[in-house]
Structures are given as C-alpha cells and as structure tokens.
Design a protein around this ligand. Structure first.
Ligand code: FAD
Length: 423
C-alpha cells in the first residue's frame, strides 16, 4: 500500500505554499483540490493582480490582522513577509511596492504568481489531483492517516494538512469543508462571520438609491457601539451602493459592525462618515462660510458645489435644517454650525452586511488554542495540521490574509515533513 508522507487538502495560497515547503526536503506529497485548477482565489485577489504580501514591519503587519494576528508571531519568525518576497524573487518574479506597503508582481497579473507556485510544486515532485473533492479525513487511534475522496478513493499518509480555506466566495472552492473534519478530530470552531464585506443600511437615502455609485476619496469612517464608544476608525476611500456602503474603508470597518450587532441587543450600529478627516469642525465652518461670503448672492446649494460631493448637498442641507436657496446674509449661524458638524460626522445606521459567501474573508475558524503556533499541528490529533483561512485568523485586505496563508502554509509544510521523516 502506498503511504504518502503528507497529503495537503486544498491548493489555494496556504496549500500551495505548504506543498512547496513539505516537498523541498524530499517528502512525498499528494496535493488534492476539488477544483479544476489550483490557486483560484489567489488568482482573483488584489483585483486580479495578486497582492502577494505586505512590506510593513512585523509588528505593524500584525496590527493589520485584527483577527488573532498575534498568533502569527512564531510563524512569521520562521517565514516572514520578507521571506515571501525573497521566495518569489528567487523564482524570477519581480515585485513592486504600492501604497501602504502592498506588494504586487511587476507584471500586475496574479497568473504570474499562481503559475510560479504551481510550477514549483510540480518541479519538486508533488503529485497533484485536481477535480478531486475530499469527503473525509481519516483518523486512527489519535493519528491522521489519510483521506477519502467523494469518488470513494482512499489515500493514506503519515500527516494531513487541511488548507481548504473558509466559507467566502465558494465558487473558488472554499465552501467550509474543513470545519467538520476539525470537529471530528475534537477541535472547536469559533463563530463564523463575514469580514471585509460590504455593509447594508436601512437609511432612507440609501434605500432611495440617491447616492448609489458615489465614490468618496480620503474620507474617515468611525464605528460606534450603542453606548457611544468608538470601536474603530479607518480612513481611505468608500463608495455608496444600492444597499449600503462598500470600498476599502467600509470593508475594514465591517467586522466591527458585525461583532457589535452580535454583542448588543440592537438592530443597527451607527457609523459616521467624516468628509474632511484632516480638518476640524471649526475649519469646515469657517471655510464654508467664507465661501458663501465671497459669493454672497449665490444660493448656498451652489456655493457648496466645489466643496462637497455635489450629490450629497441636498441631503446635507436638509439634514441640517437649511433651505437650499438661502444666501450668505440669511444663513442661520447655528444651523451652519450643525452642517459643519454633519460634514465631520454624517451618521449612517448599518443593520448588517452582505453574507459570508459575499465577504472577501471569513472570520472565525479552527480554535487557535488547539493549534501549535510554531508547527500548525493540531494539539488534539497527531499528524493533523491546519493553515490558511480555515484557522481563526483574518486580516484586512492589503496582502495580510495572503501573508497569513503563506506563513502558516510554509510552517505546516515544513513541520509535517519533519514529522513524517521521523516516523
Ligand atoms: C476577491 C477576493 C480578493 C481578495 N483580495 C485580497 C487581498 O488583496 N489581500 C489579502 O490579504 N487577501 C485577499 N483576499 C483573501 C485571500 O485571498 C484569502 O484569505 C487566501 O487566499 C486564503 O487562502 P487559503 O489557501 O486558506 O484558502 P483558499 O485560497 O480559499 O483555498 C482553498 C482551496 O481548498 C480547496 N478545497 C476546499 N474544499 C475542498 C475539499 N473538500 N477537497 C479538496 N479541495 C478543497 C478549494 O478548491 C481551494 O482551492 C481576497 C479574497 C477574495 C475572495
């Protein structure tokens, strides 16, 4: 009977890297994926350009992984974001740094990265089975011993690495299959929820779709808990959609809305939009008033045109209680101050997000207390390893999740190979 050293389930970011690391020192590896190609999610990440990692210093990098990033200290000490860059550059893939440390291939094509990983895996003798769905992980007397495919075929191994991702964007193959196998090994799965996901709002101005498609650059968003405590602030860009808000800043804030809705007995969570994060209320008040004074005969709705996104003006004025055709000399100063405050903290009630399937990343997963942070091995089942999004780790988009997948994949692969060599 053929016994592989290692079976890797899932050929996404984590599984491909685990296969590379495991086979590097000669381990016999079988990589099984349900899809007809490997690296499908990696291929659409970073807008199809593949945001391979992020160049930030490790402490900073970990701050951008709010979902248990600290678990990654040991893994990153062994295979860091710098090592990821070197790894790709050694394969002839030139990388470039963009805003906020985001690293991309110079080709701007995710395919370059995915193909390089697949070629590497192949060149190191990994056996690849695509179109092969794993139905069951086989355990025997406290040891992972192989897998059973949906076709009924059984493969045996000394170690099994589960790298099947989370539940987001299931058309890429990640349908949450790994959680049941982890539970069968005695693991707990923490609550699963959508992160990096567009938010939905019942606000009349959202439901009316009057702002749909409006993009805002360099704004600030703050999420508040029902007691008025600030939960998080992010700045960057966002877009109004027909159901709520989306875009990088909204995505980053989304997990805090999800968690607050779970924690408090409320139906909506308040988010405030700061249209001028670099200015104070006084700055905004004085600047807008000065504008009105310069053109003292012009209706304020027209005065504000160069200052505010035009499509927001009627909404801002009506919320401030201002008539839109008054001119400088008729402006009620108290209401003008209200308007300035509104421009700095425009409230938008959020009652949820799109589903976990539509999220970029899955929050929750295999409980990290039950996984060794150095080796990624299960503390409950010998020879069982986890890596990537199936773990309870999630970061912001910007290369952080892919870094987490690569580093946990690398460490799982190396540790499993070492263990298999000692049997
Ligand atoms: C549109 C989009 C853009 C993104 N952009 C970014 C970004 O810019 N920066 C960032 O850091 N992150 C980004 N992410 C997230 C990032 O891509 C993922 O977190 C990461 O790729 C997860 O890797 P993984 O290997 O754990 O899982 P996946 O890449 O999901 O791979 C899991 C693999 O397992 C296979 N599989 C599943 N079940 C089985 C089974 N039963 N049998 C056999 N095979 C199975 C699947 O077919 C799949 O190939 C993005 C995600 C999406 C959807």
């Amino acid at each position: 009977m053929l016994i592989y050293d290692i079976i890797v389930i899932g050929g996404g970011s984590a599984g491909l890297m685990a296969s590379v690391a495991a086979s590097e020192d000669g381990a016999q590896v079988l990589l099984v994926d349900k899809g007809n190609k490997l690296g499908r999610k990696l291929g659409i990440s970073g807008g199809g350009r593949c945001n391979v990692t992020n160049a930030k210093e490790i402490d900073d990098l970990i701050k951008y992984i709010p979902g248990n990033g600290r678990f990654l200290y040991s893994a990153l000490a062994n295979f860091s974001n710098r090592d990821i860059m070197t790894f790709f550059e050694n394969m002839g893939i030139q990388l470039k740094e963009e805003d906020n440390g985001r690293m991309f291939p110079v080709s701007d094509k995710a395919k370059t990265v995915v193909d390089a990983l697949i070629n590497k895996v192949r060149s190191q003798g990994v056996q690849i089975r695509t179109n092969s769905t794993v139905d069951e992980v086989l355990y025997d007397q406290g040891q992972a011993v192989g897998v059973r495919l949906r076709s009924g075929e059984v493969f045996h191994s000394r170690a099994v690495i589960i790298a099947v991702g989370g539940k987001s964007v299931p058309q890429t193959g990640s349908e949450g299959d790994g959680y049941a196998w982890a539970e069968q090994a005695g693991h707990t799965i923490t609550d699963l929820y959508p992160t990096e996901v567009p938010m939905t709002s019942p606000e009349p101005f959202i439901q009316s779709k009057e702002l749909q498609g409006l993009s805002l650059r360099n704004i600030g968003l703050t999420v508040w808990n029902p007691k008025g405590k600030k939960l998080i602030y992010h700045d960057g860009d966002m877009i109004f959609t027909h159901f709520g808000i989306s875009g990088p800043t909204a995505l980053r804030c989304s997990q805090y809305v999800v968690k607050a809705l779970k924690k408090f007995p409320v139906t909506s969570i308040m988010v405030t939009l700061d249209l001028f994060p670099d200015k104070s209320v006084d700055d905004v008040y004085n600047e807008t008033l000065a504008l009105a004074e310069t053109d003292s005969k012009k209706a304020i709705k027209n005065v504000l045109k160069g200052y505010l996104p035009e499509r927001m003006i009627p909404l801002i004025l009506s919320k401030s209680g201002l008539e839109d055709d008054i001119t400088f000399y008729n402006i009620p100063r108290q209401l003008w101050l209200e308007m300035a405050k509104l421009l700095k903290a425009f409230p938008i009630a959020m009652h949820g997000t799109l589903s976990i399937k539509e999220a970029f990343v899955t929050g929750g997963g295999v409980n990290l207390k039950e996984v060794d942070p150095k080796t990624m091995e299960s503390k409950l089942m010998n020879g069982l390893y986890f890596c990537g999004e199936v773990l309870d780790i999630h970061g912001y988009t910007g290369g952080y999740n892919i870094t987490a997948a690569f580093t946990t994949g690398y460490n799982a692969g190396k540790s499993a190979a070492l263990q298999a060599s000692q049997v």
